[in-house]
Structure formats: C-alpha cells, structure tokens
Design a protein around this ligand. Sequence first.
Ligand code: NAD
Length: 338
Amino acid sequence: MSIQVAVNGYGTIGKRVADAVSLQPDMELIGVAKTRPNHEAELAVENGYPLYAAVEDRVHLFEAAGIDLAGTVEEMVSAAAVVVDACPSGIGAENRSLYEAHDTPALYQGGEDADLVDASFNARGNFEAATGADHVRVVSCNTTGLSRLLAPLQETYGVEKARITLVRRGGDPAQSGRGPINDILPNPIGLPSHHGPDVNTIFPDLDIDTLGLKVPATLMHTHSVNVTLESTPDAEAVRQLLDEQTRTFLVPEGSGIDGAGALKEFAMDRDRPRADIWENCIWAESVSMEGPDLYLFQAIHQESDVVPENVDAIRAVLGTADAEESIERTNETMGVGF
Ligand code: NAD
C-alpha cells in the first residue's frame, strides 16, 4: 500500500513538496491544507489535490470564493501516515500538538527550531537518524546545501575545519515585502550565523564557522566556501568527487553560466518546473586547492533544494527504504541531476 502523505501549508515549499510526492510510485498525496482561498488554493484544486481548510472558522471564505473543500485539517492529519508541515516559521511548532493528537508522524521545515524535533534531517548527511522518529525537521535550504557538500568531503578526505560565508538572497521572488532593496547587510553582524550550529544538527562533531550577509537578490543564495581538509587531494580529484554526487551539479567551465540569473535561465531552458534547481550548483572552475585548503563557490536555489529531501525524509521516518534506494527513487521520479 502506498504511503498516505498530507501537506499542511501550501506555499513556496508546500506546493513543491506536494508535486514531488504525487510523482512517487510508493506515495499517495491525500491532501493539502491552506489558510486562505488564494491563487495557490485554486492551483491545488486544478491539480486535483484534495484541499482542506487549515483554520476551521475560515471555511466560509473558501465557500465564498467558490473553492470546494474536502474537509478540515484535523480530518486530513488523521487520515495521513505522515504529514509534511510547510507552514511559515514558528507555525510548525504550534501545529505539533495537532499531529501528536492524531499520532501522525510529522516533518517540519528549516524555519523551526532544532529542539522542536527528535532529529534534523539531510538525506546525504544522516538519513538513518530519522528512522522511527515522530518529529523530524528537514534542515533549511542553506544547511541542506552545506550538508550535501560537506558529507562527501568528510567521508573522503576528513574535514579539519569549514569556514563558509553565505551571501543570502533578501527574499523569495514573490516576497515583495522583504529586503534589503539597496544595501549589503552583514546578517547577523556577530559570529556565528545560525547556519554553522544548524549544520552541527546533522554533523555534530564538524568544526564549522559561518558568516552571513543579506543582499538585494531573490533568485538564489551563494556560498563562498573554504574547507581545510585532513589530506591534500588535487583540485581535479575534488571536482570528480563532487561530480559523482547525485545532488550536486558541477557548472562546467566555458558554459557561460556566471551567476544565479544564468543558472535560472539554464533551468528554464531545460523545462524545470517553476525553474527549480534541486541541486547544489558548484562552479567547477572555482574548485581550488591551496595546500589542505579547498575553496569553491556554490549557488543554492532556496525554494527547491529541500524538496527532494522532504520526499526522502518521508521514507526515512517510516523506514520504507534506505538512503541509497530512496535518493535514487526520488532523483529518478523528479528528474534530479542535469
Ligand atoms: P510560505 O509563506 O511561502 O508558505 C507557507 C504557507 O503556509 C502559506 O501558504 C500560508 O498561507 C500557509 N499557512 C500559514 N499558516 C498556516 C497554518 N496555520 N496552517 C496551514 N497553513 C498555513 O513559506 P515557505 O517559504 O514555503 O516556508 C515554509 C517553511 O519552509 C518555513 O519553515 C521556512 O523557513 C522553510 N523554508 C523556506 C525556504 C524558502 O526559501 N522559501 C527554503 C527552505 C525552507
């Protein structure tokens, strides 16, 4: 029998996760829940996804908008084998008691605190940590990107210390209220940014310092990476290692892809849904070794890199596949890998 999955919160992450779940041969999307009858609610109905009201006293708003509801969020959660909570930061924590009341395991997103859950999750980094857990957090877009990069480096060469500067997009393209509009903000000004400690929820013993900046951009984040390795491979060996990973894309030298704009164009030209880029995009030319120090630049598509991770986390929590099997199935069904 397929795994019955519900998605609570049908926004940037939720709508992508719902689409990815509906592509899985071993899963059934039993519904999505929304607070408001907006264009995304209409999209859910157009896609044939049963739509549930996240807030009971707003049912009349959906009725007034002519949008048919399948029921309330409680009914959806009680019918699900697992619920993916993709509500705004902090709302997941408020929803935890709802999932507990129905004994439904829940996946939360990176905006929630690590101490809300039994385990934080990255498929390449610590798949098994989620097995059997009732409350699991799929780490943020940036932590996902860092975990995918650091896992193979740690396994193959050992990591003495990672130092990462994250140049973060001010907001997603549809977030018209976010900024900065005309500034470059150290964010936070003090060390560390929350990303280093967040990476430690996946790799507790990894020595990592992170600094963050926010810039007037919406398309992707960019990481400037320096990792001191415990051995001294040449740059070509590191490139090959990263190329062999299934969720890292080595941007070829000479491709003319010089930034996030060109990466998004590349994704659109290849008919990616919503121009999503699920992979870390590592510029091959930037991969350099100076003694034991590795340097590189990578770009991370904040709206989509966590989507395949959510699909894998569903299998990890229920123990229906191991890491290799799940990652391969997710990649194949979604078309991950350029
Ligand atoms: P979003 O605002 O785009 O979507 C959230 C959706 O949840 C909206 O449709 C909102 O109406 C709905 N919602 C609000 N309250 C609700 C409730 N009580 N019940 C059900 N639905 C409710 O937010 P998002 O960007 O998709 O972020 C969701 C989570 O994913 C956050 O934890 C965020 O930190 C994390 N995340 C976001 C990004 C990103 O770049 N957008 C990347 C990685 C992780």
